[in-house]
Design a protein around this ligand. Structure first.
Ligand SMILES: CC(C)(COP(=O)(O)OP(=O)(O)OC[C@H]1O[C@@H](n2cnc3c(N)ncnc32)[C@H](O)[C@@H]1OP(=O)(O)O)[C@@H](O)C(=O)NCCC(=O)NCCS
Length: 137
């Protein structure tokens, strides 16, 4: 199996991204909204198996101090083969900043620990509960 990595979203569709995240158990990422999120990101990494989207990740950064990584996912049938690691490492090499942050569910925290991440205190978030993540496509 030869996985090809791309660093833009020109060759995938919002529908394919939505399907990837639904399969990986990360819902609430809808079609054109998730596509625009990728388009508006500083860096993206897309993994394809013969043209089929099998994994994706994205990051935003100010290019000087801070970076955030979001939406790392690999299709279940492709997990455990190093694709997730590569999707994060490709972003990290493009983020020459001192602090890269992300939100990780308990079940995947050791995946990120393997990549050098650690628990980090004093983080706060403001959530607008009137604006659900799923929006019009
Ligand atoms: C988390 C995820 C992206 C990992 O992708 P993957 O391709 O299976 O991971 P890799 O094969 O690159 O694994 C890299 C390393 O992390 C470990 N690892 C993978 N998934 C793990 C998990 N859920 N928990 C702990 N360790 C994990 C692997 O054993 C491997 O260790 P090694 O380098 O010592 O061999 C993938 O399981 C996934 O898409 N999960 C569902 C979506 C999700 O939860 N995404 C994270 C959002 S916060």
């Amino acid at each position: 199996m030869e996985i090809a990595y791309q660093f833009n979203v020109e060759e995938v569709t919002g529908r394919e991204l939505e399907e990837l995240y639904a399969e990986a158990g990360l819902r609430r990422r809808a079609d054109q909204k998730i596509y625009r999120a990728f388009k508006n990101s500083s860096f993206v990494c897309i993994a394809c198996d013969h043209g089929r989207l099998v994994g994706a990740s994205r990051a935003i950064t100010d290019g000087e101090y801070h970076g955030f990584i979001y939406d790392v996912a690999v299709r279940p049938g492709y997990q455990g083969r190093g694709i997730g690691r590569r999707l994060v490492e490709e972003l990290l090499t493009r983020l020459p900043v001192w602090r890269v942050m992300l939100v990780a569910r308990d079940e995947v925290q050791s995946f990120y620990c393997n990549l050098g991440f650690e628990r980090y205190s004093n983080v706060m978030a403001r959530l607008d509960r009137n604006q659900p993540p799923v929006g019009p496509s």
